[in-house]
Ligand binder design. Structure first.
Ligand code: PRP
Ligand code: MN
Ligand code: MG
Length: 178
C-alpha cells in the first residue's frame, strides 16, 4: 500500500503530537464541561478515535454520515444526511470532529443544521484544512495542519475507499488516480 504513496506528509509520530496538542487545548477550553463529540463518517473515524482519548473531560460519542449531492449543476452545496445522530444535542456542548475541510460545503451545511438543534454550543475540530479549495466559509475552531492542494490519503482519508488504514498521511502517486 505504501508503494502507492509519492511522499509522506505527516508521519504517525507527527500526527500523534498534533492530536496531543489539540486534546490539551480542547481539555483546557472545556474544563468543567461535558463534550458531545460528533464524528463525521467515515473519514474522521481514525482521528476521532485518537482525539477523544487525548481529551481529559467527559466525552459522549456520536456519529453522523453526510454526502454532498453529486449534481454538477447544483452549486448550492446541498448536503444529504445519510445517518443522523442517535442522541439529541439540545443543551449539549457539541464538538464536530472532521478529517479535512476542503470546499467547506459539508461542514458549512452541518454547522447550520446543528445550530437549529438548540445545543449549548457548537465548535469544529478538523485535522486538516485545505483553504485553496474553499467554496464557502467555514470557521474551524481547532485546526491541526493547513495543507496545500495535494491528493492526500491515509489516517482516515481515502481514495475510492482505500488507504484509510495507513498510519501516516501521504500524497497519492498520480498514476493511481489518473
Ligand atoms: C470527505 C472528507 C470530508 C469532506 C470534505 O468526505 O472526509 O468529510 O469530504 O469535503 P468538503 O469540505 O469539500 O465538503 P467524503 O465525502 O469523501 O466521505 P468519507 O468521509 O466517507 O471519505
Ligand atoms: Mn468525510
Ligand atoms: Mg472520501
Amino acid at each position: 500500500m505504501m508503494n502507492d504513496i509519492e511522499k509522506v506528509v505527516y508521519t504517525k509520530e507527527e500526527l500523534a503530537a498534533c492530536v496531543k496538542r489539540l486534546g490539551q487545548q480542547i481539555s483546557k477550553d472545556y474544563a468543567g464541561k461535558e463534550i458531545f463529540a460528533v464524528g463525521i463518517l467515515k473519514g474522521a473515524v481514525i482521528f476521532f478515535a485518537d482525539l477523544v482519548r487525548a481529551i481529559d473531560v467527559p466525552v459522549q460519542l456520536d456519529f453522523m454520515a453526510a454526502s454532498s449531492y453529486g449534481d454538477s449543476t447544483q452549486t448550492s452545496g446541498t448536503v444529504k444526511i445519510l445517518k443522523d445522530l442517535d442522541f439529541s444535542v439540545e443543551g449539549k456542548h457539541v464538538l464536530i470532529i472532521e478529517d479535512i475541510i476542503d470546499s467547506g460545503l459539508t461542514l458549512n451545511y452541518l454547522l447550520k443544521n446543528f445550530k437549529e438543534r438548540k445545543p449549548a454550543s457548537v465548535k469544529l475540530c478538523a485535522l486538516l484544512d485545505k483553504p485553496e479549495r474553499r467554496k464557502v466559509e467555514v470557521k474551524i475552531d481547532y485546526s491541526g495542519f493547513t495543507v496545500p492542494d495535494d491528493f492526500l490519503v491515509g489516517y482516515g482519508l481515502d481514495y475510492a475507499e482505500k488507504y484509510r488504514n495507513l498510519p501516516c498521511i501521504g500524497i497519492l502517486k498520480k498514476e493511481i488516480y489518473s
